[in-house]
Design a protein around this ligand. Sequence first.
Ligand code: ASP
Length: 328
Amino acid sequence: MSCAPLAPLAPLALALVACAHAPAAIPPHAAPHMAWGLVLHGGAGVITRDKLTPEREAAIRADLERALRAAHAVLAKGGSSVDAVTAAITILEDSPLFNAGKGAVFTHDGINELDAAIMYGPTRAAGAVAGVRTIKNPILLARAVMENGRHVMLVGRGAEEFAATAHIEIVDPSYFRTEERWQELQKAIAEDHFGTVGVVALDQHHALAAGTSTGGLTNKRYGRVGDSPIIGAGTYADEHCGVSATGHGELFIRYTVARDICARVEYQHEPLAAAADDVVMHELVHANGDGGIIAMDGEGHWTLTFNTPGMYRGYITEDGVPHVDIFR
Ligand code: ASP
Protein backbone atom coordinates (compact mmCIF):
# COMPACT_ATOMS: atom_id res chain seq x y z
CA MET A 1 0.00 0.00 0.00
CA SER A 2 1.44 3.42 -0.85
CA CYS A 3 0.54 6.97 0.17
CA ALA A 4 -1.51 9.16 -2.12
CA PRO A 5 0.82 11.38 -4.14
CA LEU A 6 0.87 14.91 -2.77
CA ALA A 7 1.97 18.22 -4.15
CA PRO A 8 5.74 18.51 -3.59
CA LEU A 9 5.35 21.25 -0.99
CA ALA A 10 2.49 19.72 0.96
CA PRO A 11 2.96 20.47 4.64
CA LEU A 12 4.15 17.58 6.79
CA ALA A 13 0.89 17.35 8.74
CA LEU A 14 -1.01 16.91 5.52
CA ALA A 15 1.40 14.25 4.37
CA LEU A 16 0.84 12.38 7.62
CA VAL A 17 -2.92 12.52 7.27
CA ALA A 18 -2.70 11.35 3.68
CA CYS A 19 -0.56 8.40 4.74
CA ALA A 20 -2.62 7.45 7.78
CA HIS A 21 -4.13 4.44 6.02
CA ALA A 22 -0.72 2.97 5.21
CA PRO A 23 1.05 0.66 7.62
CA ALA A 24 3.83 2.53 9.40
CA ALA A 25 7.17 1.58 7.91
CA ILE A 26 9.25 0.12 10.72
CA PRO A 27 12.93 0.60 10.07
CA PRO A 28 14.99 -2.53 10.60
CA HIS A 29 15.96 -3.07 14.22
CA ALA A 30 13.78 -0.22 15.43
CA ALA A 31 13.02 -0.45 19.09
CA PRO A 32 9.75 0.82 20.44
CA HIS A 33 9.97 3.96 22.50
CA MET A 34 8.56 5.39 25.73
CA ALA A 35 9.10 8.73 27.49
CA TRP A 36 9.52 6.93 30.81
CA GLY A 37 8.60 3.56 32.23
CA LEU A 38 10.19 0.16 32.58
CA VAL A 39 10.81 -3.25 31.09
CA LEU A 40 10.97 -6.42 33.15
CA HIS A 41 11.74 -10.12 32.88
CA GLY A 42 10.95 -13.12 35.04
CA GLY A 43 13.31 -15.57 33.35
CA ALA A 44 13.69 -17.24 29.98
CA GLY A 45 13.91 -20.85 28.89
CA VAL A 46 11.97 -23.76 27.52
CA ILE A 47 8.66 -22.19 28.44
CA THR A 48 6.00 -23.61 26.15
CA ARG A 49 2.23 -23.72 26.39
CA ASP A 50 2.09 -27.42 27.16
CA LYS A 51 4.35 -26.90 30.20
CA LEU A 52 2.23 -24.22 31.88
CA THR A 53 -1.18 -24.94 33.35
CA PRO A 54 -3.68 -22.13 32.75
CA GLU A 55 -3.76 -21.46 36.50
CA ARG A 56 0.01 -21.12 36.75
CA GLU A 57 0.17 -18.94 33.67
CA ALA A 58 -2.52 -16.67 35.12
CA ALA A 59 -0.69 -16.45 38.45
CA ILE A 60 2.61 -15.58 36.74
CA ARG A 61 0.97 -12.95 34.58
CA ALA A 62 -0.76 -11.45 37.63
CA ASP A 63 2.53 -11.14 39.55
CA LEU A 64 4.35 -9.61 36.59
CA GLU A 65 1.54 -7.08 36.19
CA ARG A 66 1.59 -6.31 39.91
CA ALA A 67 5.34 -5.64 39.72
CA LEU A 68 4.90 -3.41 36.65
CA ARG A 69 2.15 -1.41 38.33
CA ALA A 70 4.11 -0.95 41.57
CA ALA A 71 7.15 0.38 39.72
CA HIS A 72 4.98 2.55 37.49
CA ALA A 73 3.42 4.14 40.57
CA VAL A 74 6.90 5.11 41.76
CA LEU A 75 7.83 6.68 38.42
CA ALA A 76 4.46 8.38 37.94
CA LYS A 77 4.98 10.51 41.02
CA GLY A 78 8.46 11.51 39.87
CA GLY A 79 10.31 8.82 41.83
CA SER A 80 13.71 7.51 40.81
CA SER A 81 14.47 4.58 38.55
CA VAL A 82 16.31 2.90 41.44
CA ASP A 83 13.15 2.99 43.55
CA ALA A 84 11.15 1.63 40.61
CA VAL A 85 13.59 -1.23 40.06
CA THR A 86 13.57 -2.26 43.72
CA ALA A 87 9.77 -1.92 43.98
CA ALA A 88 9.25 -4.34 41.09
CA ILE A 89 11.98 -6.78 42.02
CA THR A 90 10.94 -7.15 45.68
CA ILE A 91 7.45 -8.15 44.51
CA LEU A 92 8.91 -10.83 42.24
CA GLU A 93 11.33 -11.97 44.97
CA ASP A 94 8.40 -12.40 47.36
CA SER A 95 6.46 -14.42 44.79
CA PRO A 96 7.20 -18.18 44.95
CA LEU A 97 6.73 -18.39 41.17
CA PHE A 98 10.11 -16.98 40.18
CA ASN A 99 13.66 -18.10 40.79
CA ALA A 100 14.54 -15.20 43.08
CA GLY A 101 13.95 -14.76 46.81
CA LYS A 102 11.19 -17.12 47.93
CA GLY A 103 10.99 -19.98 45.46
CA ALA A 104 14.64 -19.78 44.44
CA VAL A 105 16.18 -22.95 43.00
CA PHE A 106 18.35 -25.26 45.08
CA THR A 107 22.04 -25.92 44.83
CA HIS A 108 23.24 -29.49 44.45
CA ASP A 109 23.51 -29.64 48.24
CA GLY A 110 19.90 -28.63 48.73
CA ILE A 111 20.38 -25.04 49.86
CA ASN A 112 19.28 -21.73 48.39
CA GLU A 113 22.07 -19.31 47.53
CA LEU A 114 20.93 -16.01 46.15
CA ASP A 115 22.62 -13.39 43.95
CA ALA A 116 21.48 -9.86 43.08
CA ALA A 117 22.78 -6.59 41.67
CA ILE A 118 21.60 -3.07 41.00
CA MET A 119 23.17 -0.20 39.07
CA TYR A 120 22.24 3.46 38.66
CA GLY A 121 23.06 4.80 35.20
CA PRO A 122 23.86 8.50 35.73
CA THR A 123 26.59 7.86 38.31
CA ARG A 124 27.41 4.23 37.51
CA ALA A 125 26.96 3.49 41.20
CA ALA A 126 26.53 -0.25 41.65
CA GLY A 127 25.94 -2.80 44.39
CA ALA A 128 25.88 -6.58 44.29
CA VAL A 129 25.62 -9.56 46.62
CA ALA A 130 26.30 -13.21 45.90
CA GLY A 131 25.80 -16.49 47.68
CA VAL A 132 23.55 -15.13 50.45
CA ARG A 133 21.31 -17.59 52.28
CA THR A 134 19.32 -15.58 54.79
CA ILE A 135 18.42 -12.32 53.04
CA LYS A 136 14.69 -12.09 52.30
CA ASN A 137 15.14 -9.56 49.50
CA PRO A 138 18.64 -9.71 48.05
CA ILE A 139 17.94 -6.73 45.77
CA LEU A 140 17.54 -4.53 48.87
CA LEU A 141 20.89 -5.71 50.18
CA ALA A 142 22.50 -5.03 46.79
CA ARG A 143 21.02 -1.56 46.98
CA ALA A 144 22.37 -1.06 50.50
CA VAL A 145 25.84 -2.04 49.25
CA MET A 146 25.48 0.50 46.43
CA GLU A 147 24.32 3.26 48.72
CA ASN A 148 27.03 2.53 51.27
CA GLY A 149 29.41 3.25 48.44
CA ARG A 150 32.58 1.67 49.79
CA HIS A 151 32.43 -1.62 47.88
CA VAL A 152 30.56 -2.93 44.87
CA MET A 153 30.17 -6.63 45.71
CA LEU A 154 29.86 -8.58 48.96
CA VAL A 155 29.52 -12.35 49.15
CA GLY A 156 28.28 -14.97 51.60
CA ARG A 157 28.68 -14.36 55.31
CA GLY A 158 30.30 -10.97 54.81
CA ALA A 159 27.24 -9.80 52.91
CA GLU A 160 24.95 -11.16 55.62
CA GLU A 161 26.93 -9.41 58.36
CA PHE A 162 26.63 -6.17 56.43
CA ALA A 163 22.87 -6.76 56.12
CA ALA A 164 22.54 -6.80 59.88
CA THR A 165 24.11 -3.33 60.10
CA ALA A 166 22.04 -2.01 57.17
CA HIS A 167 18.66 -3.02 58.69
CA ILE A 168 17.90 -5.50 55.93
CA GLU A 169 15.40 -8.24 56.79
CA ILE A 170 17.01 -11.57 57.70
CA VAL A 171 15.05 -14.83 57.47
CA ASP A 172 15.70 -18.46 58.29
CA PRO A 173 17.08 -20.33 55.24
CA SER A 174 13.93 -22.50 55.22
CA TYR A 175 11.92 -19.43 54.16
CA PHE A 176 13.06 -19.79 50.53
CA ARG A 177 12.07 -23.44 50.17
CA THR A 178 9.15 -24.35 47.95
CA GLU A 179 8.11 -27.94 47.35
CA GLU A 180 8.20 -27.46 43.62
CA ARG A 181 11.82 -26.31 43.52
CA TRP A 182 12.76 -29.16 45.82
CA GLN A 183 11.17 -31.67 43.45
CA GLU A 184 12.96 -29.97 40.55
CA LEU A 185 16.27 -30.62 42.24
CA GLN A 186 15.35 -34.19 43.01
CA LYS A 187 14.55 -34.80 39.40
CA ALA A 188 17.69 -32.82 38.48
CA ILE A 189 15.80 -31.47 35.53
CA ALA A 190 18.28 -31.06 32.74
CA GLU A 191 15.96 -28.85 30.74
CA ASP A 192 17.04 -25.25 30.95
CA HIS A 193 14.60 -22.91 32.58
CA PHE A 194 15.90 -19.65 33.93
CA GLY A 195 13.57 -17.92 36.38
CA THR A 196 15.70 -14.96 37.37
CA VAL A 197 13.93 -11.61 37.63
CA GLY A 198 15.17 -8.28 36.32
CA VAL A 199 14.04 -4.72 35.68
CA VAL A 200 15.35 -1.75 33.71
CA ALA A 201 13.62 1.55 34.42
CA LEU A 202 13.87 5.06 32.98
CA ASP A 203 12.49 7.76 35.24
CA GLN A 204 11.05 11.16 34.41
CA HIS A 205 14.46 12.74 35.06
CA HIS A 206 15.94 10.57 32.26
CA ALA A 207 17.91 8.41 34.70
CA LEU A 208 18.25 4.70 33.92
CA ALA A 209 18.66 1.94 36.50
CA ALA A 210 18.91 -1.83 36.11
CA GLY A 211 18.56 -4.63 38.66
CA THR A 212 18.59 -8.43 38.66
CA SER A 213 17.87 -11.03 41.35
CA THR A 214 18.21 -14.81 41.18
CA GLY A 215 18.65 -18.13 42.90
CA GLY A 216 21.03 -19.07 40.08
CA LEU A 217 20.91 -22.42 38.30
CA THR A 218 19.18 -25.53 39.67
CA ASN A 219 21.69 -28.10 40.89
CA LYS A 220 24.54 -25.56 40.80
CA ARG A 221 27.64 -26.24 42.82
CA TYR A 222 27.88 -24.73 46.29
CA GLY A 223 29.66 -21.38 45.91
CA ARG A 224 28.86 -20.95 42.22
CA VAL A 225 28.12 -17.35 41.23
CA GLY A 226 26.30 -16.57 37.99
CA ASP A 227 26.10 -13.50 35.79
CA SER A 228 23.25 -11.72 37.58
CA PRO A 229 25.34 -10.02 40.32
CA ILE A 230 28.28 -9.35 38.02
CA ILE A 231 28.25 -5.80 36.74
CA GLY A 232 28.59 -5.85 32.97
CA ALA A 233 27.56 -9.50 32.61
CA GLY A 234 23.95 -9.90 33.83
CA THR A 235 23.34 -6.35 35.06
CA TYR A 236 24.51 -2.99 33.77
CA ALA A 237 23.39 0.64 33.51
CA ASP A 238 25.03 3.88 32.44
CA GLU A 239 23.70 7.18 31.06
CA HIS A 240 23.00 5.67 27.65
CA CYS A 241 21.79 2.16 28.29
CA GLY A 242 20.58 -0.36 30.87
CA VAL A 243 20.39 -4.16 30.64
CA SER A 244 19.24 -7.06 32.81
CA ALA A 245 19.82 -10.62 31.63
CA THR A 246 18.54 -14.13 32.27
CA GLY A 247 20.00 -17.34 30.99
CA HIS A 248 22.99 -19.62 31.24
CA GLY A 249 25.11 -17.38 33.45
CA GLU A 250 28.51 -18.81 32.59
CA LEU A 251 28.08 -17.78 28.97
CA PHE A 252 26.73 -14.36 29.91
CA ILE A 253 29.83 -13.76 32.03
CA ARG A 254 32.22 -14.86 29.32
CA TYR A 255 30.50 -12.69 26.72
CA THR A 256 30.05 -9.73 29.13
CA VAL A 257 26.61 -9.54 27.62
CA ALA A 258 25.10 -6.51 29.35
CA ARG A 259 28.11 -4.26 28.85
CA ASP A 260 28.65 -5.49 25.32
CA ILE A 261 25.17 -4.39 24.32
CA CYS A 262 25.64 -0.99 25.97
CA ALA A 263 29.13 -0.54 24.51
CA ARG A 264 27.77 -1.11 21.01
CA VAL A 265 25.15 1.57 21.66
CA GLU A 266 27.73 3.98 23.07
CA TYR A 267 30.71 3.49 20.75
CA GLN A 268 29.21 2.15 17.54
CA HIS A 269 25.97 4.13 17.84
CA GLU A 270 24.07 0.94 17.08
CA PRO A 271 20.34 1.15 17.74
CA LEU A 272 19.58 -0.64 21.01
CA ALA A 273 17.49 -3.39 19.44
CA ALA A 274 20.13 -4.12 16.80
CA ALA A 275 22.84 -4.35 19.44
CA ALA A 276 20.72 -6.68 21.60
CA ASP A 277 19.79 -8.75 18.58
CA ASP A 278 23.36 -9.23 17.49
CA VAL A 279 24.57 -10.26 20.94
CA VAL A 280 21.63 -12.49 21.95
CA MET A 281 20.55 -13.97 18.61
CA HIS A 282 23.96 -14.33 17.01
CA GLU A 283 26.90 -14.31 19.41
CA LEU A 284 25.17 -16.18 22.22
CA VAL A 285 23.37 -18.59 19.93
CA HIS A 286 26.69 -19.39 18.28
CA ALA A 287 28.16 -20.14 21.71
CA ASN A 288 25.13 -22.18 22.86
CA GLY A 289 24.26 -19.49 25.39
CA ASP A 290 20.54 -19.82 26.06
CA GLY A 291 18.66 -16.87 27.49
CA GLY A 292 17.53 -13.33 26.95
CA ILE A 293 17.81 -9.72 27.99
CA ILE A 294 15.67 -6.69 28.59
CA ALA A 295 17.14 -3.29 27.81
CA MET A 296 16.37 0.42 27.55
CA ASP A 297 18.41 3.32 26.25
CA GLY A 298 18.52 6.87 27.59
CA GLU A 299 16.01 8.03 24.99
CA GLY A 300 13.41 5.49 26.05
CA HIS A 301 13.89 2.89 23.31
CA TRP A 302 13.45 -0.57 24.74
CA THR A 303 13.74 -4.18 23.72
CA LEU A 304 12.95 -7.64 25.09
CA THR A 305 15.20 -10.08 23.22
CA PHE A 306 15.58 -13.83 23.82
CA ASN A 307 16.78 -16.92 21.99
CA THR A 308 14.71 -19.46 23.96
CA PRO A 309 11.13 -20.65 23.31
CA GLY A 310 9.83 -18.25 25.95
CA MET A 311 10.69 -15.47 28.37
CA TYR A 312 8.43 -14.09 31.08
CA ARG A 313 8.49 -10.44 30.19
CA GLY A 314 6.63 -7.18 30.32
CA TYR A 315 6.73 -3.43 29.97
CA ILE A 316 4.76 -0.42 31.10
CA THR A 317 4.92 3.10 29.71
CA GLU A 318 3.58 6.48 30.80
CA ASP A 319 -0.01 5.35 30.20
CA GLY A 320 0.19 2.88 33.10
CA VAL A 321 -1.18 -0.12 31.19
CA PRO A 322 0.89 -3.24 31.99
CA HIS A 323 1.82 -5.50 29.06
CA VAL A 324 2.93 -9.05 29.81
CA ASP A 325 3.97 -11.86 27.50
CA ILE A 326 5.44 -15.34 27.89
CA PHE A 327 5.84 -17.30 24.67
CA ARG A 328 7.75 -16.39 21.56
N1 ASP B 1 21.43 -16.13 34.82
C1 ASP B 1 21.18 -16.86 36.04
C2 ASP B 1 22.43 -17.54 36.49
O1 ASP B 1 23.13 -18.12 35.66
C3 ASP B 1 20.11 -17.87 35.94
C4 ASP B 1 18.79 -17.39 35.42
O2 ASP B 1 18.74 -16.49 34.58
O3 ASP B 1 17.77 -17.93 35.88
O4 ASP B 1 22.70 -17.56 37.66
